[in-house]
Design a protein around this ligand. Structure first.
Ligand code: FES
Length: 106
């Protein structure tokens, strides 16, 4: 398990998203009313960049064809319901945002 410092909280204001890549892993971050969520930035349809899409409350809509996910759970909320994208734990320490990645065993 590794903790990665992403940015200062002021760099991700409420209602905004941000893209980061950690060791080749594409990750989107969203600030929903002050709570930060981290999720796979690769849409389950054709890999669209979710953080370039639209954030409305807790949902992110892919900019390519409109698949929509709940950033809290990663679950798709439009058909095909049941798919999910990965989500990652977030910590905010002294207004700095960190993501926790639990790399798979190799
Ligand atoms: S790639 Fe996201 S909806 Fe098609």
């Amino acid at each position: 398990m590794e903790r990665f410092k992403i940015c200062h909280r002021s760099e991700l204001p409420p209602g905004q998203m941000r893209y980061v890549e950690i060791d080749g892993l594409p990750i989107g971050l969203a600030n929903v009313a002050g709570t930060i969520y981290a999720f796979s930035d690769s849409c389950r349809h054709e890999g669209g960049p979710l953080s370039a899409g639209v954030l409305i409350e807790h949902t992110v809509t892919c900019p390519w064809h409109g698949w929509t996910y709940d950033v809290r759970t990663g679950k798709s909320i439009v058909p095909p319901v049941g798919l999910r994208i990965a989500t990652y734990p977030v910590e905010v320490i002294d207004d700095e945002i960190f993501i926790i990645i639990d790399w798979p065993e190799v």
